[in-house]
Design a protein around this ligand. Structure first.
Ligand SMILES: [Zn+2]
Length: 84
């Protein structure tokens, strides 16, 4: 049997009890765990994954382009060309 602790007398009571059987005080209703929360959590993880993979893709593309810039033969500036 699932129980919880009465916030007033700290006795073990049924988790769905609305009135404590020890101190007879009204208890706040138990909020059931929502499955929506786990769905929102999954959506947040998926969104984060898309953002991270997108950023990783952009970073990989940037590094590839940068490698091209570095391997590209650098032309000497025109001012250093010997005049005819
Ligand atoms: Zn109580």
């Amino acid at each position: 049997m699932r129980t919880r602790i009465c916030p007033f007398c700290k006795e073990d009571i049924h988790f769905q009890a609305l009135v404590c059987r020890y101190c007879r005080r009204d208890l706040p209703p138990v909020t059931p765990p929502r499955k929506k929360n786990s769905h929102a959590w999954l959506a947040a993880i998926t969104t984060a994954g898309i953002i991270v993979s997108g950023a990783a893709f952009l970073a990989a593309e940037f590094l590839r382009e940068r490698k091209n810039w570095l391997t590209e033969p650098t032309r000497p500036p025109e001012s250093q060309n010997p005049p005819d």
